[in-house]
Ligand binder design. Structure first.
Ligand SMILES: NC(=O)C1=CN([C@@H]2O[C@H](COP(=O)(O)OP(=O)(O)OC[C@H]3O[C@@H](n4cnc5c(N)ncnc54)[C@H](O)[C@@H]3O)[C@@H](O)[C@H]2O)C=CC1
Ligand SMILES: CC(=O)C(=O)O
Ligand SMILES: [Mg+2]
Length: 373
């Protein structure tokens, strides 16, 4: 199979979908790997690094999309990339379709087979291709929130750890999954007083066992959430209902009761955001204010640490990329239900129920598609 990897074109996105190490493995499996010239630069990989591992460098994204049987990327395809997709081609990348009707329509119209990293599962109920980027974004969230809290950046001028005689920042993390756990650990490590809300009691028990003393766990009822948000200097949004639009847990009305200059960091923005007032921002212009509350809503946070993120993502995607290339999408998905859970669009049909529900579109069963092709 021909595997193609274009340069990411989303604003300030420096990651790359295929590392030289992954290219080497694919070549060893008998595949041809095409990399757009310069695609790896942002993550610290030169064209020569890819060539040394048997990949071929081509000049333009068009050459990649024209030639590749499978396009491997990081971010959801932008409008210009969607125009280059074609029937029968495999697209393997993050998609985040639930909050994005335009992209969903274009992917359906393209006829391509689109497998979303963020809905591939594992046997323990986890999301193995989302997890590494959630670890990164979770670790970055308190760092970005601390920057947002600085006075010159519009924040309330509170230091995370306080100083002797002065209280530390009060940080509230909504969602105790991968992002939330890493965010809570880092915020606590910075000296803040941290509470983690989740609606899963088993998850809260696990967190309490693992991190007793580092942060508090709180059941995510409406009343608890409202009380903690009122007291917070920083709120980190880290909820997920896989594949679905994020629930709006902090309403605009609640902002009026918050401390002026408090920071909201909405990591869940890629699924539409869990604050009513969130809208996606970029690394170039990451923060805006609504009703005196500073919002940080960058949808590709891991792009800020592109080298770490690319290596982490590449480790996780490699076995799935090889399975798709070795067997073709249909056999690979028939053999592995966890990979089949990644199938969001195939040959003009939407195949992911939570996306259909969010966008009011018909869904064809992925099991039927994989049986019938
Ligand atoms: N902005 C960015 O650059 C990035 C965003 N993300 C996003 O971060 C979000 C979180 O991802 P993960 O931590 O990997 O998900 P996860 O599935 O590990 O954790 C989500 C948690 O939210 C909890 N939850 C669901 N509804 C809730 C509610 N009403 N109140 C409290 N908790 C609730 C779940 O029980 C679960 O523990 C996702 O939307 C993901 O796509 C991930 C990486 C990068
Ligand atoms: C998960 C995601 O949206 C990202 O890594 O950019
Ligand atoms: Mg994203």
């Amino acid at each position: 199979m021909k595997i193609g990897c274009p340069t990411e074109i989303k604003a300030q996105e420096f990651r790359v979908g295929v590392t030289p190490a992954a290219a080497a493995e694919a070549v060893a499996h008998g595949h041809e790997v095409l990399i757009q010239s310069g695609a790896g630069i942002g993550a610290g990989f030169e064209d020569a690094d890819y060539e040394a591992h048997g990949a071929r460098i081509v000049g333009t994204a068009k050459e990649i999309f024209d030639a590749a049987d499978m396009v491997v990327k990081v971010k959801e395809p932008q409008a210009a990339e969607r125009k280059m997709l074609r029937e029968g081609q495999i697209l393997f990348t993050y998609l985040h379709l639930a909050p994005d009707p335009e992209q969903t329509r274009d992917l359906i119209d393209s006829g391509a087979t689109c497998i979303a990293y963020e809905t591939v599962t594992d046997d323990r109920g986890g999301l193995p291709l989302l997890a590494p980027m959630s670890e990164v974004a979770g670790k970055l969230a308190p760092q970005m929130g601390a920057w947002t809290l600085q006075k010159a950046n519009g924040g309330r001028g509170v230091l995370m750890g306080g100083v002797p005689g002065v209280m530390p920042a009060r940080v509230v993390v909504i969602g105790g999954g991968v992002v939330g756990t890493q965010a809570a650990r880092i915020a606590s490590g910075m000296g803040a007083r941290v509470s983690v809300l989740d609606r899963s009691l088993p998850r809260l028990r696990q967190l309490d066992d693992m991190f007793r003393g580092e942060f508090e766990t709180v059941y995510s009822s409406k009343a608890n959430l409202e009380m903690l948000v009122r007291e917070a200097d920083m709120v980190i949004g880290a909820v997920l209902i896989p594949g679905a639009a994020a629930p709006k847990l902090v309403t605009r009305e609640m902002l009026a009761d918050m401390k002026p200059g408090a920071a909201l960091v909405d990591v869940a923005i890629d699924q539409g955001g869990c604050f009513e007032t969130s809208k996606a921002t970029t690394h170039q212009d990451p923060v805006y204010e609504v009703d005196g509350i500073m919002h940080y809503c960058v949808a590709n946070m891991p792009g800020a640490v592109a080298r770490t993120s690319t290596l982490a993502l590449g480790n996780a995607t490699l076995p799935f990329m090889l399975a798709l290339a070795d067997k073709g999408w249909q056999q690979a998905c028939a053999d592995d239900e966890n990979l089949l859970n990644g199938l969001n669009v195939h040959a003009g049909k939407l195949t992911y129920y939570a996306v259909g529900k969010a966008l009011g579109l018909d869904v064809t069963s992925p099991q039927k598609i994989v049986r019938e092709g």
